[in-house]
Design a protein around this ligand. Structure first.
Ligand SMILES: [Zn+2]
Length: 363
């Protein structure tokens, strides 16, 4: 028997709407329509638009479309996300930015990251990091796995993530600034975050549906719909991610990353990173975590609505408290994913035909 469950509005703290930049992949309007169909009450857009969201003008530009889903832009840490010069953090905080991140780019300069986190801490804001050190990633596109060896694909070692997380946690310890690790993918990274949380540091992290569903050692074909940054982990990584979500150490976020077919169908080595996820996020995480892993359904929901609040600015939280969105989920009814029906303008994902329970009502 299907049952309707009702929760405070789910919040996705990690979406890419390609506006301004690549409107054929996603506009703010199509991204919000995708989020509404995915059952979300609010989304946080990433600043790796073209140009990067590093100014008050671009922050305002993204907030212009009316929608049943609230949109809160995050803003860059550095100008143009170039990793060299900090943005006007005080002005952007004042104008209601959700948090700071150079998502898509790791801030490699330790001193600059420290200064950013000192200033963010003073503002009571969180700094989120795409913890993947490009100096270790090199030309890698996938973790070591049978497909990588068979297809001769350059490998990304797990240390690209774990060294970045180690550095970030050490800056968090020095500055006291709230730190959020985006899309965590390795067992060791999960352990580092859990240890920091036990130490009492203000550290949060997110797991994406794709890192919870798939593993690199199960990949059979050179299909770029499984290419993302960070790359899919091993089965062991996936197991630790699921455990950490169940134990309440990680929240969910999609890293919804639309791309036009022309940049996503040119093989693993050359295709862009990332897949769309807003319209399967709720059902896929419900199916994996509640039905397969036996996670308590309220704890699962809190990883979508309560935990994400920890990374949001006071301005965003007070707006959310005013709006009080609601997310409704139908439990006990399995449906097949039909990617052709998505509201997103992009189709880059491997979910077509997959069966999930726990589909959200569109908002
Ligand atoms: Zn991202």
């Amino acid at each position: 028997m299907a049952e309707i469950l009702e929760f405070p509005g789910f919040i996705d703290v990690h979406v890419h709407f390609r506006d301004p930049g690549i409107p054929e992949a996603e506009t703010t309007a199509s991204g919000l329509a995708s989020a509404a169909r995915g059952g979300f009450g609010a989304v946080v857009t990433m600043p790796n638009t073209l140009p990067a969201c590093d100014s008050v003008e671009l922050l305002d530009y993204q907030r212009k479309i009316p929608s049943p889903v609230a949109l809160y832009p995050s803003v860059a840490i550095t100008k143009g996300r170039n990793g060299k010069e900090l943005v006007d953090m005080e002005a952007l905080a004042e104008k209601g930015a959700a948090f700071f991140t150079d998502d898509g780019s790791y801030v490699s300069d330790d001193k600059l990251m420290e200064e950013a986190m000192f200033r963010a801490a003073k503002l009571g804001m969180c700094v989120a990091d795409h913890a993947l050190d490009p100096r270790i990633v090199g030309s890698g596109v996938i973790r070591d796995c049978p497909l990588a060896r068979r297809a001769g694909l350059a490998v990304i070692p797990a240390s690209a993530e774990t060294e970045a997380i180690r550095r970030d946690i050490s800056v968090c310890r020095t500055t006291g600034c709230a730190l959020h690790i985006q899309h965590i993918s390795t067992a060791e990274g999960v352990a580092l975050v859990a240890a920091a949380q036990r130490e009492g540091l203000p550290v949060t992290a997110e797991a994406t549906p794709h890192h919870l569903l798939f593993a690199c050692d199960e990949l059979e074909m050179d299909d770029a719909n499984f290419k993302m940054a960070p790359p899919l982990g091993t089965k062991e990584d996936r197991c630790e991610l699921r455990k950490a979500v169940k134990e309440g150490s990680l929240m969910f976020a999609t890293d919804h990353a639309p791309h036009p077919a022309r940049t996503k169908t040119v093989g693993f080595a050359r295709s862009a990173n990332g897949i769309i996820g807003l319209e399967i996020a709720v059902a896929s995480t419900y199916s994996v975590m509640v039905l397969e892993e036996g996670m308590d359904v309220d704890a699962w929901a809190r990883a979508w609505w309560e935990m994400p609040r920890k990374v949001l600015s006071k301005a965003v939280l007070s707006d959310l408290d005013r709006l009080r969105p609601v997310t409704r989920v139908t439990a006990g009814e399995v449906k097949r994913t039909d990617v052709s029906s998505f509201a997103s303008l992009s189709r880059n994902c491997p979910y077509d035909g997959m069966e999930f329970d726990g589909w959200p009502q569109a908002r």
